[in-house]
Every structure is written in structure tokens, then in C-alpha cells.
Design a protein around this ligand. Structure first.
Ligand SMILES: [Zn+2]
Ligand SMILES: [Zn+2]
Length: 262
């Protein structure tokens, strides 16, 4: 049977869509391009999302680093943005290509205030190339709510062909639940993200509360040591691509997201 043949081609891929770099003020300087890629290889991550606060400008450096070294093309790197809404809700926006992520960023930045980053207080915000050469220092504070509601952010990311995933919905700060309470049953996000801090009992409660929703676990790494298979999500895919992830979140063609605490 055709469909059975397709299912047989699926393989497990380890996916962590939420990794900060040294561009995020809270991201450690050790989160440079070769370091993040080398750590992802060591940890056995197949697909990583570079997800800095309100920007995606370290994607080219990170993706470039993944083409260097002994295993070019590993891991697959996707451009993401952890957008912060007016209600201070974080949404992980995942894009198939960098130009779409940039288009989203430009839209977002129409309503980002020109507050200057206080390096002493928040830390450096640095854009690097594939060899950690400094491309620029971002002067505008990246941790701030843009002047869009979360609903607008979700809608825009999806309109551009991206995935909108409500970030760390279990956390008491910067989450949908913290700002607005429980998610509506039909909320138009592609998935809900749970944080790595949950144990299996706590995580199971979320699944019971929102049956039928796709859940992922991400490391939300700001340091190298948290990048690991234990902190991310296994997906059954045919290939390590954005489109396959989309299918897995929708449960299409046999693709699926394995329950991270299974
Ligand atoms: Zn966040
Ligand atoms: Zn984050």
C-alpha cells in the first residue's frame, strides 16, 4: 500500500527550535556560531531554530557555520524569531527561509521602540558571521514588547508562510497563560511549546488540558550546556525540513511529533 510505504520511510529527527545566540542580551557570549553548531552536532540535534528576541540577524552566521567543519549541512538550521507582543507574550515564529524571517522582522520593527540596550544591565547583543567575526552590535534593546498584540503576531507569522508556536506556555512570565489565561481551544497557533523544566507529570497535565493540540519541548538555550536531546522534541519525518515539521505538527502523512516526555 502506498501510504504504508510512505510511513516506512519516516525516521526520527531531534528538533530544537528555540536556541538563543549572543545576539540576545540574555544569551551568553559563548553562544557563537561555530560553538552552537558544534554543540548541536555533539548533542545529536538534527534541526535547530535560531530564535533570538525580536530578531533573526544571527541566522546567516549560524547557518554558515553549519556548512563548515567535518559535517557540512548538519544540523539543519531554521530562521526563527522569538517575538514579544504588547502583552509581553513570547511567540516562537519559525520560517522556511531567511528572507521571510527578515520580512517578519521588518514588520515587527515598525513597532519596536528605539530604546537603547544597557549593556551593563542586559548584556551584549552581537551579530556574528560564521567564524564569529563581529558584523555589528545591535544597539536597540531586543527584550521589549513590540506594539502588536499576540494575535497579530501569530497571524502575521502564519500569513508569511511561517509557523507560530506559543512559547513556554507553562512559564509564569512572558507566556500566553501568564498574560491572558488559558488558551482558547481553537487558538490559531501551530503548536504550544512547553519548557524543559517540566517533569513528566506536569507535562502530562498540559496534554490533558489541551487534547488534540501539538506540543513541542524546546531547550530555550541561552548557554551551550542546555542543548541536548533531553531538552528538545523527537519528530518522525521523512527528511529534516521545515515542511516536514509543519506536516508533523498537523499529523499529516504519518509524520508526527513524539510526546517529549514519553
Ligand atoms: Zn521566551
Ligand atoms: Zn527564548
Amino acid at each position: 500500500m502506498g501510504s504504508r510505504d510512505n510511513v516506512a520511510l519516516l525516521k526520527p529527527f531531534w528538533v530544537d527550535l528555540h536556541i538563543h545566540t549572543l545576539l540576545s542580551p540574555c544569551g551568553e557570549l559563548e553562544m557563537g556560531a561555530p560553538e552552537v553548531i558544534e554543540k548541536a552536532r555533539e548533542a545529536g540535534l538534527d534541526i535547530i531554530g535560531i530564535a533570538d528576541h525580536n530578531t533573526c540577524e544571527n541566522y546567516p552566521g549560524m547557518a554558515g557555520a553549519a556548512q563548515n567543519g567535518g559535517r557540512p549541512g548538519v544540523p539543519v538550521v531554521l530562521p526563527c524569531i522569538e517575538a514579544q507582543s504588547a502583552e509581553d507574550i513570547h511567540t516562537l515564529c519559525v520560517f522556511p527561509e531567511y528572507p521571510l524571517a527578515l520580512e517578519f522582522k521588518e514588520w515587527l520593527w515598525k513597532r519596536i521602540r528605539p530604546i537603547k540596550n544597557d549593556v551593563e544591565h542586559f548584556g551584549y547583543q552581537i551579530v556574528v558571521d560564521a567564524e564569529n567575526g563581529i558584523v555589528k552590535e545591535e544597539e536597540v534593546l531586543l527584550i521589549q514588547g513590540a506594539g502588536y498584540e499576540v494575535d497579530q503576531i501569530v497571524e502575521k507569522a502564519r500569513a508569511l508562510g511561517g509557523l507560530a508556536i506559543l512559547a513556554h506556555v507553562d512559564r509564569p512570565a512572558f507566556s500566553y497563560t501568564a498574560a491572558l489565561g488559558p488558551m482558547p481551544e481553537d487558538y490559531p497557533a501551530d503548536a504550544f511549546e512547553l519548557s524543559r523544566r517540566l517533569n513528566s507529570d506536569e507535562a502530562a497535565k498540559w496534554r490533558e488540558r489541551y487534547p488534540g493540540r501539538a506540543f513541542i519541548r524546546s531547550s530555550d538555550s541561552h548557554t551551550l550546556d542546555t542543548m541536548s536531546r533531553a531538552n528538545c522534541t523527537k519528530m518522525m519525518l521523512e527528511a529534516p525540513t521545515f515542511e516536514e515539521i509543519r506536516m508533523a505538527l498537523r499529523g499529516e502523512g504519518g509524520r508526527r511529533v513524539s510526546w517529549p516526555w514519553g
